[in-house]
Design a binder for this molecule. Structure first.
Ligand SMILES: [Zn+2]
Ligand SMILES: [Zn+2]
Length: 386
C-alpha cells in the first residue's frame, strides 16, 4: 500500500468529497481490524483513517495537494506555522484541533479522534467559524514597491443554493440513524495494552447528524457546499516581501454551524526583476561602464524603481566597487523610509575594437611599459615588464 493518501483510498487526485467518503467507507469496512484477517489490517486501517481525515477537510486537502505527501507529514509533525512561514497573525494551529489529545503518542485514542474529526461535543460551543483557506499571489517588484490592488480568483466552498446547505432536498424522507439511534455519537470500546479505552466519537454513518435522508442533493452531492470561483481584490502593502502572507478576514470557507466565515490567507511571492536584485529592503543594481569611464569618472544614469537618477562615477573606479544610493531601495513595510540601492560597478571589456581603438590601446599599453603579444588582432596576454 502506497503512502500517498489518494492511493491509500484508491481515488484519483481530483475525486470529489463524496467519492472520497464512499471510498473510505469501503476501505474501512474491508480493513477494520475486527473483521479483517489481513495481518496488517490495523496498520492499513490507520492509514485509511488518516487519509480520509486529511482529504475530507477542505483546507487540509489543499495544503496536502500543495505540499505533497512527505512535506505535509513533516509539517503536521512539526507544526504548520514553522514550515509554511508567513508573517504574524497566523498564531495557533491554522487547522484547529489537529492531533487530538486522548492517549497521546499515537495511541488508539487518537485514531478514533482522527477518523471522525474530533469526538462529539457538537453544538455545545458557540458556532465554530469557517475554515481558513489559503491561496497564492504573484506580484512584480514594481508592485511590491508601490503597493497594489490585486484582483484574483479563488475557488472556495459556498453554501449550496439548491438545498440551502442541508445536503438533501427539503422533501427527502428522513429516518433516525440506526447506527447511533439518532444520538449522532457512537461509543467504541478498544482493548489496548493499557486496558480498555472507551471513546465517544461522531457517528460515521450519519456523520454526527443523527438522521439519514432518502435522497441526496444532486447539486452538492450531499455536501451542503459547492465549490465556486470568487473574484476578490486584495490590498498589497508597499514593501511586502517574498513569502509573506496577507489575511483577508471572512473570505474563507463558510461556517457549517452558521458562525463567521474563516479567513483567506494569501501567500505572496515577488517575481524576479531583470535589473534589480532584492535583499530585504535593499536593492542591488549592476552598472556596466567602460574602462575610460572607470578611469576618468563620468556622470551616468542609473535606473531606480522611482525613475532614473544621475550617478557620478568617481575617477579611478575599480570593477566590482559598490556605491550606496541612500533611500533608493524598497519602502519599509509598515515603517518609515526606504532601504538603499547598491550600485555595483562592472567595468566591461570590449568584445571588439575598431582599428583606431586598437592602435590607441596598444599605444596606451606601450606608454605604460607593458609588453604585449598581439595575436589575430587582439590581445592574447599582457605581461607587465618590470
Ligand atoms: Zn445541495
Ligand atoms: Zn448515526
Amino acid at each position: 500500500m502506497s503512502e500517498d493518501f489518494y492511493d491509500v483510498l484508491g481515488v484519483s487526485s481530483d475525486a470529489s468529497a463524496e467519492e472520497i467518503k464512499q471510498a473510505y467507507r469501503e476501505k474501512a469496512t474491508e480493513y477494520h481490524p475486527d473483521v479483517s484477517d489481513d495481518p496488517d489490517a490495523e496498520e492499513k486501517f490507520k492509514k485509511i483513517q488518516k487519509a480520509k481525515k486529511v482529504l475530507t477537510d477542505e483546507e487540509k486537502r489543499q495544503a496536502y495537494d500543495r505540499m505533497g505527501h512527505d512535506r505535509y507529514e513533516q509539517a503536521e509533525k512539526h507544526g504548520f506555522d514553522a514550515s509554511e512561514g508567513g508573517m504574524g497573525g497566523m498564531g495557533g494551529d491554522p487547522f484547529g484541533g489537529m492531533g487530538g489529545g486522548g492517549m497521546g503518542g499515537g495511541g488508539l485514542g487518537d485514531i478514533f479522534e482522527q477518523v471522525f474529526g474530533g469526538g462529539g461535543g457538537r453544538g455545545r460551543r458557540r458556532p465554530r467559524k469557517g475554515r481558513d483557506l489559503r491561496t497564492e499571489l504573484e506580484i512584480d517588484l514594481e508592485e511590491a514597491y508601490e503597493g497594489a490592488q490585486k484582483q484574483f480568483t479563488v475557488e472556495r466552498p459556498e453554501e449550496c443554493d439548491t438545498c440551502e446547505g442541508e445536503g438533501h432536498p427539503p422533501e427527502a424522507d428522513s429516518e433516525t440513524c440506526p447506527e447511533c439511534q439518532g444520538r449522532g455519537q457512537v461509543t467504541q470500546v478498544q482493548q489496548t495494552p493499557l486496558g480498555r479505552v472507551q471513546q465517544t466519537t461522531a457517528c460515521p454513518r450519519c456523520e454526527g447528524e443523527g438522521t439519514l435522508y432518502s435522497e441526496t442533493c444532486g447539486d452538492c452531492r450531499g455536501e451542503g457546499y459547492v465549490r465556486n470561483e470568487a473574484t476578490l481584490t486584495v490590498e498589497v502593502p508597499a514593501g511586502i516581501q517574498e513569502g509573506q502572507t496577507l489575511r483577508m478576514e471572512r473570505e474563507g470557507a463558510p461556517s457549517p454551524e452558521g458562525g463567521r466565515r474563516g479567513d483567506l490567507l494569501i501567500d505572496v511571492s515577488v517575481r524576479e526583476h531583470e535589473d534589480f536584485e532584492r535583499e530585504g529592503d535593499d536593492l542591488q543594481y549592476r552598472l556596466p561602464i567602460s574602462f575610460p569611464q572607470a578611469t576618468f569618472g563620468d556622470t551616468v544614469e542609473v535606473p531606480t524603481l522611482d525613475g532614473a537618477v544621475e550617478f557620478d562615477v568617481p575617477t579611478a573606479t575599480q570593477s566590482g566597487e559598490t556605491f550606496r544610493l541612500e533611500g533608493k531601495g524598497m519602502p519599509r513595510l509598515r515603517g518609515r523610509g526606504h532601504g538603499d540601492l547598491f550600485v555595483q560597478v562592472q567595468v566591461v571589456t570590449p568584445e571588439s575594437l575598431n582599428e583606431e581603438q586598437r592602435e590607441a590601446l596598444e599605444a596606451f599599453a606601450e606608454a605604460g611599459g607593458d609588453e604585449i603579444e598581439v595575436k589575430e588582432g587582439f590581445f592574447e596576454k599582457i605581461k607587465r615588464a618590470f
